[in-house]
Ligand binder design. Structure first.
Ligand SMILES: CC(C)(COP(=O)(O)OP(=O)(O)OC[C@H]1O[C@@H](n2cnc3c(N)ncnc32)[C@H](O)[C@@H]1OP(=O)(O)O)[C@@H](O)C(=O)NCCC(=O)NCCS
Length: 213
């Protein structure tokens, strides 16, 4: 009889050797969770995919000045509040929006924080203004990427969009952002085509996708 300790390990490419992928959940942002979010910003994560580190610094300042106001803006179903600064420095009114924080479902603690996902829409579900690049935005902290959280977070957000009365969501990506495109396609997204992002974004090209709900 062979002792258990002598059993050879499974080959590296066998299913038994693959780590179980983490599960994902969306959490409502709260003051209690805010220190975890702040720590990720301080570590250099930039949730604003367009304005990068500038937006990161502004967010840290806003959190320091008014943490409750920062959290209140993550559930802004009526829109309004402080103006949004765009990539070209112009400022525009806020459309209605909701934010959720992405978390490893098996790790409630700080190490489980994985990023954010935003849903935004126009009043009365009118078409979005051209400077709003899609109904959904997401950003994973670099140390939690490629673990399936992005794909699952979008899947978890879609029922929320449906509950809000949306019949579809549009999402946009840069043409070279293959990971984001895969996230969208894995959730039933269909490519509508290429578009010009307009003057605010220096007329850079984008791809527009749609997911019917
Ligand atoms: C795009 C982003 C959200 C993807 O999140 P993620 O949790 O890493 O994605 P997933 O683990 O669900 O991976 C989705 C797919 O992309 C692939 N992928 C992820 N990162 C990749 C990379 N750096 N290079 C190549 N492929 C990658 C995965 O292998 C997976 O492919 P598969 O479906 O064929 O298995 C994340 O990379 C991110 O936050 N990027 C910066 C912000 C951003 O670009 N936001 C979107 C703006 S439109």
């Amino acid at each position: 009889m062979v002792a258990a300790m002598d059993t050879p390990p499974p080959p590296a490419d066998s299913p038994a050797a693959s780590p179980t992928p983490p599960r994902t959940r969306l959490r409502v942002p709260t003051l209690a969770l805010l220190p975890v979010y702040t720590a990720a910003l301080e570590r250099g994560w930039t949730p604003d995919n367009v304005r990068g580190l500038v937006a990161n610094r502004e967010a840290l300042e806003r959190i320091a000045q008014d943490p409750a106001g920062f959290i209140a803006l993550t559930d802004n179903r009526e829109g309004g509040g402080p103006l949004v600064t765009l990539a070209d420095g112009s400022q525009v009114p806020r459309v209605p929006s909701l934010q959720r924080w992405i978390w490893d479902a098996d790790d409630d603690g700080p190490t489980g924080f994985a990023g954010l996902i935003n849903l935004r829409w126009n009043h009365g579900h009118a078409p979005l203004p051209p400077h709003v690049l899609g109904h959904v935005g997401y950003s994973l902290v670099p140390w939690q990427r490629r673990r399936g959280h992005g794909t699952r977070a979008l899947g978890l957000l879609l029922p929320l969009a449906r509950e809000l009365g949306m019949g579809f969501v549009e999402l946009t990506t840069d043409p070279d952002n293959e990971p984001s495109q895969k996230v969208i396609l894995a959730n039933g997204g269909v490519l509508l085509g290429a578009f010009d992002k307009g003057p605010v974004y220096g007329h850079s090209p984008g791809l527009r996708f749609r997911i019917d709900l």
